[in-house]
Write a protein that binds this ligand. Structure first.
Ligand code: ATP
Ligand code: MG
Length: 573
């Protein structure tokens, strides 16, 4: 018996993907006034390939791709790969995979490193125009000269070098004549500017390091701030949308564009996505991976897109969440429960139901004929009749959850206890009669009787039971490892730690629980990685890539309980 699950659709619903906002208003206005003439709306998503994408990047992706799409424009995927020491092909590959998984396809695949030649030519032009100079100060000295927010900076003694000397030194920097860190090229702007980014920012540094794409061709590399704006301009990016921390850099990007007289890209900033209980900073995420806090970038507890994918989250739910979180001009924090709510909602509609017992307790039906088996009908998805039904094997011995039986039931405990009748889902009414205990006094078996007339889960005499329990036939059960995930951090703000401490102080010690003894209904043997399941009464689950033919591993995507509705209600009250 196999179940074939519906394919998970990957076509993005753009309407839902793009948060409505001042960003859209600005683009609509620019289209209306024909600010860019006949040019199409062009955006880009510009990751540095120095880590895996996280859910914060998903927001930027939905904005960049979603808005361009809405206005008939195009979006490039551009790697801002100006820092060879921290970048790797692995990251380049994972980023492309994740953008596609989220449901978007770029127009052109670009790299800032493709522009190294052009950027160098432009640097020569700025030198010739007296707008850039080679500085021999050390990095420390440059920092000291920079001043503070309240004090202006000091000119470098090398600021007044002649154009000829600057050209000579810069070409020799490129030729590899000087060791790392001995000289830099700086823009000559204003050491007294109230904006620190305008105080003669460094344009080029010497770095004898091979680049993952340009190899040994260069031993000087442009700074991110020198490459970013011109890369946008070279791609005729009309709207360069980025997070708020770049607002102070915008005057510098504009300055370069104006000095060079090139395509006037317009930058617009929006708020970063922050989520409670979640760390969204590549620097930190790299640390978690390197220090073994998690098992790799795609650990299902990681807020990376690859982690969410492995955990069983869907691109649709992530896009819906991002859209609902919205965009703003000030940074805030969104409740993680809201993300979980949208994921549950999505899974509730698409996930196949199945029965799995996580903490098994054997139930023996004394009056059921020994050696007999039968198949009961079970709906694959009560939310979607078109998903059909499946046949689940039933026999004299079944597993139920340990939690579903109490020898001495506490008040209001409606599940199984001696003398009490309950329903085994889709099967029969049963009444508990006795228990078998081991030497230590633990209950190892519950014995019961069933009512053969209640087949399918209803009694002909209209008798009611207060509880319906899931079960798995012992003779037919398949064994699996189950990984129960919880939040990686125990505090809503993981960065709220004592002085001298670290974000790691706030780790949730119970973020992963592994169950080795779970019993699953046999149809789950044919589960595929992209399938989504609701294990009835337990939660949403998906197959983990660690699974082998001999041993299946399932990840809990989320438990069933939705706390978001409560939070919303409280907020409204
Ligand atoms: P991190 O701070 O996590 O290291 P980053 O900003 O350095 O991220 P980039 O690769 O430079 O990462 O980001 C690519 C794009 O994604 C940028 O335009 C950036 O503004 C955007 N982005 C990064 N983090 C977020 C976030 N939390 N919310 C929304 N957009 C983000
Ligand atoms: Mg960055």
């Amino acid at each position: 018996m196999t179940i074939s699950n519906p394919e998970i659709p990957v076509t993005p619903t753009q309407e839902a993907a793009t948060p409505s906002s001042f960003l859209r208003d600005q683009i609509a206005e620019d289209v209306r006034t024909r600010k860019y003439g006949d040019a199409i709306i062009q955006t880009r998503f510009p990751p540095e390939p120095n880590g895996y994408l996280h859910i914060g990047h998903a927001k930027a992706i939905c904005i960049d791709f979603g808005l361009a799409d809405e206005f008939g424009g195009k979006t490039n995927l551009r790697f801002d790969d100006t820092n060879p020491e921290k970048e790797e092909q692995e990251y380049v590959d994972s980023i492309q995979k994740d953008v596609r998984w989220l449901g978007f396809e770029w127009d052109r695949l670009c790299y800032a490193s493709d522009y190294f030649g052009q950027l160098y030519e432009w640097a020569l032009k700025l030198i010739k125009d007296g707008k850039a100079y080679v500085d021999d100060l050390t990095a420390d000295e440059i920092r000291q000269h920079r001043g503070t927010l309240t004090e202006p900076g000091k000119d470098s003694p090398y600021r007044s070098r002649s154009v000829e000397e600057n050209l000579d030194l810069f070409t020799r920097m490129k030729a590899g004549e000087f060791p790392d860190g001995t000289r830099v090229l700086r823009a000559k702007i204003d050491m007294a500017s109230p904006n620190l980014n305008m105080r003669d920012p460094v344009m080029y540094r010497i770095l004898h390091a091979p680049h993952q794409r340009t190899g040994d061709a260069w031993c000087i590399y442009p700074m991110y701030d020198y490459a970013h704006g011109q890369s946008d301009s070279l791609e005729n990016v009309t709207h360069s949308m980025c997070t708020l921390e770049f607002a102070d850099h915008q005057p510098l990007y504009r300055w370069y564009i104006e000095q060079l007289g090139i395509f006037p890209t317009q930058q617009i900033e929006f708020d970063r996505l922050n989520i409670t209980y979640t760390v969204l900073s590549k620097r930190r995420l790299i640390q978690f991976v390197q220090e073994g806090v998690v098992n790799g970038w795609d650990d299902p507890r990681m807020p990376t897109l690859s982690g969410f994918r492995r955990r069983g989250f869907t691109p649709e739910a992530i896009r819906t969440f991002v859209a609902a979180a919205g965009v703003s001009r000030t940074n805030g924090t969104t409740d993680v429960e809201m993300l979980e709510h949208f994921q549950r909602d999505d899974l509730n509609h698409r996930a196949r139901r199945a029965m799995a017992v996580l903490h098994p307790l054997k139930l023996v039906i004394d009056n059921y004929p020994e050696g007999q088996e039968e198949f009961v009908d079970a709906a694959n998805n009560p939310e979607d009749p078109s998903a059909g039904t499946r046949q689940v094997p039933f026999s004299r011995e079944v597993y139920i959850e340990q939690d579903d039986f109490r020898e001495v039931p506490p008040p209001k405990y409606y599940r199984l206890s001696p003398g009490k009748e309950v329903r085994l889902r889709n099967a029969y009414f049963i009444t508990a009669r006795s228990v078998v205990k081991d030497d230590a006094g633990n209950i190892v078996e519950v014995h019961c009787t069933y009512d053969p007339a209640s087949r399918g889960g209803n009694s002909p005499d209209g008798r009611k039971v207060k509880s319906t329990m899931h079960w798995v036939s012992a003779a037919h059960a398949i064994e699996a490892e189950i990984r129960l995930y919880d939040k990686l951090f125990a505090k809503p703000d993981p960065n709220d730690f004592a002085e001298g401490g670290s974000v790691l102080d706030n780790l949730n010690p119970n973020s992963l629980e592994v169950l080795l003894d779970a019993k699953l209904e046999p149809s789950l043997a044919s589960a595929k990685l992209e399938d989504r399941y609701q294990f009835e009464r337990v939660g949403y689950f998906c197959l983990d890539p660690d699974s082998t033919a001999g041993k299946l591993v399932f990840n809990r995507t989320l438990p069933l309980k939705d706390s978001w509705a409560k939070i919303e209600k409280k907020a409204g009250a």
